[in-house]
Design a protein around this ligand. Sequence first.
Ligand SMILES: [Ca+2]
Length: 333
Amino acid sequence: MLNVPRLISACILLADFVVTNPNKRVKGGKRNRSFDNIYKTGNALRQFTNTNAFSCLALCSDDIDCRSVAYNLNDGRCQEFNRDFTNQPVVGTNQVGWRHFDVSKGAACKDRPPTARDCDDVQSQGYTCSGVYTISLVPGKSVNVLCDLQTAGGRWTIFQHRKDGSVNFDMNWFSYKIGFGDPHTEGWLGNDNLYRLTSSHKTELLILMEAWDGVWKYASYSEFYINPEADKYRLRVSGFSGTAGDSLMHMMSFTSPQGGQQFSTRDSDNDAWPLRCNPTHHRGGFWFNKCGASDLNGIYYSSAVDIPASCNWYTFSKNRQSLKTIFMMVRKV
Ligand SMILES: [Ca+2]
């Protein structure tokens, strides 16, 4: 799993650390005790405040007894637990916003990828390692895709990833339509595939972003889909929550109630700006308005350069600083 993205790698490393570090296990000497099935509140080890999902996982790795965490998306509380709660809701708390993360999966990656419809299907087939799998969104046609099977319950199909600037994202309409790049490094899964992924079920969107100072933030949307190419892959997104702020908001405002902005590329101007958002202000393909507060497909810079044409999310830090890492992912609700 050398090429999986950093966040996912970190999750796996955390899992390996907890599971395989023999010194720590012996030192703690508590691994043989049984884990009961009572509510999470009865298995809580520690609670932290003002964390993010990533630091919450890191804190768990420091505790021999920690096997899973619950992270509150709304207020940053992080609770550690001494057992796994795979796919179970947090019980025993009335507050909303809790998401659960298993840390010590302990399951070895299966080396033969399945053919599945999406990453939700991959996970349903028993695969637990985040990484690249082969899926088939169209009968008889397969595509490699990066699956996040750990963050917030997993089942995420990643359709956009930036991490090192190795792939040019200022591509034309056709390239965005069919997809480009490599799921092992950087890429765009393709607007036709994104339409297929989001049109057959209600889907949610999660965007994970890391700035150059190592701070991770996220934007979550409870509903997300795009229209087919005939409507220029028009954006529909709603139900924001998260720490990074809502920088897709302007792609949905100034528009008719029927939908948000259409997709634009450097050779297909469907934005609301009198000229073209790309290249007037931005680069890459996106759902530009006039032109909007984000451009996650902009130019990748190797530092926090404050430029609108960069891959940026304005509400992350109230500027246009180029981000270090980006994941855009969808899953069935
Ligand atoms: Ca225009």
